[in-house]
Design a protein around this ligand. Sequence first.
Ligand code: SF4
Ligand code: SF4
Length: 147
Amino acid sequence: MLSTIFLNKILIILLMYVKAIPENCSGCMVCETVCTMEHFGVINRYKSGIRIERKSVTEDIPHVCSQGNECNYECIAACKFDAIEKGDDGIVRVIEEKCVGCRMCELACPLNAIHIHEKMAYKCDLCGGEPKCVKYCSQNALQLVEG
Ligand code: SF4
Ligand code: SF4
């Protein structure tokens, strides 16, 4: 029974990723706040796995990793230190001990979804399958969708 529940959760993660709907975004940045609170217990947008780009006074664009669903794993290919990998659960993660902060992944990502801060790469890891940004976005600008 337990293993069935576990396998179902893995399958859900394998199929899902966070998709942004920029036209719904208000630029409130709640997503960045809950992301870094969830992962690091602090409010620091430079460590967030989702980033809001302020294009203009009225236009805000969320950038977040598609876990390979809308790209070709350019970050993994660009990293010469094997510091990014796709796990068996389908989530693309940075291996902190290996990252040197060279920025090659940041430059390679076509979605602008991985960022370097203090020589460390930060990106979305789906909060293990239940993304807090999706949960707390009041504008329905972030959705957990199937890949
Ligand atoms: S929480 Fe939602 S509306 Fe607010 S900045 Fe993030 S994506 Fe945009
Ligand atoms: S910043 Fe880190 S994860 Fe990105 S390419 Fe360099 S070593 Fe790899």
